[in-house]
Design a binder for this molecule. Structure first.
Ligand SMILES: [Ca+2]
Ligand SMILES: [Ca+2]
Length: 232
């Protein structure tokens, strides 16, 4: 009489393990894709909200406050949505700014918790800031915190440019990364890789000044490309 086999053979076990591996891989890949898509949607919302806030500010103040025009300049000439802008938005109660403490003090005195709460960091940086446990360190060191997708927290702040001469266009001279955009204010973030490209180039990948390949396909803008107007 044939002995009845109990349990699984090695082959059966290997097949089961392989199937579980394939299923897990598919699920994890789908999960990663969903996380990326959700972060990009949040980034689109954040830059759009920032632009709306700046436009409301322009109407309320009947011009751009001096503090905004003197905001920190990025090495490429763009304005970073930083302490100065956050303080102005705080003053006018815009952009959901809810920094605790004395608004006359630098946001860095909030240990960068302010940057997160003021909504001026993109979703990739906000994720890093949430996981940083708000440890008691200088704001600058948190700005240098690496972001897994690319760059540091500083590379993931929201950028802006405004129509300083009130001619209805934001131009390269005013910090726009393109020639001319018909708008009062434009905002953007660098996207998942933390790298900004010259938007006027068609190349999907560009070498940054630091020698890092950066993608412009994931950059998030508050303006439509159709709004760009050619310079004379
Ligand atoms: Ca202008
Ligand atoms: Ca990018």
């Amino acid at each position: 009489m044939e002995k009845r086999q109990s349990g699984f053979t090695l082959i059966e076990m290997m097949v089961v393990v392989a199937i579980i591996g394939i299923l897990a891989g598919a699920l994890f890949g789908g999960y990663n894709f969903a996380v990326r898509a959700a972060r990009k949607a949040k980034a689109v919302e954040a830059v759009a909200n920032a632009r709306t806030a700046l436009e409301i500010l322009f109407q309320k103040a009947e011009g751009w406050p001096h503090a905004i025009l003197k905001a920190t300049t990025h090495e490429q000439g763009f304005f970073v949505m930083d302490d100065n802008v956050a303080k102005v938005l705080f003053k006018y109660g815009l952009l959901g700014v809810d920094c605790k403490g004395d608004p006359s003090k630098a946001i860095s005195s909030y240990k960068l918790r302010g940057v997160d709460r003021c909504g001026i960091a993109d979703p990739w940086a906000q994720d890093v800031l949430k996981k940083s446990k708000y440890r008691d360190s200088e704001g600058n060191s948190l700005l240098s915190e690496p972001v897994p997708a690319g760059g540091t927290v500083r590379d993931h702040l929201i950028y802006f440019a405004v129509d300083q001469d009130d001619d209805g266009f934001v131009t390269k001279e005013e910090g726009a990364p393109v020639g001319r955009v018909r708008a009062k204010a434009i905002t953007w973030c660098a996207g998942a890789d933390g790298g900004l490209c010259d938007c006027s180039t068609a190349a999907p990948k560009t070498m940054s000044a630091a020698g890092r390949m950066i993608s412009n396909t994931d950059n998030v803008y508050s303006w439509q490309r159709a709004q760009e107007a050619k310079s004379k």
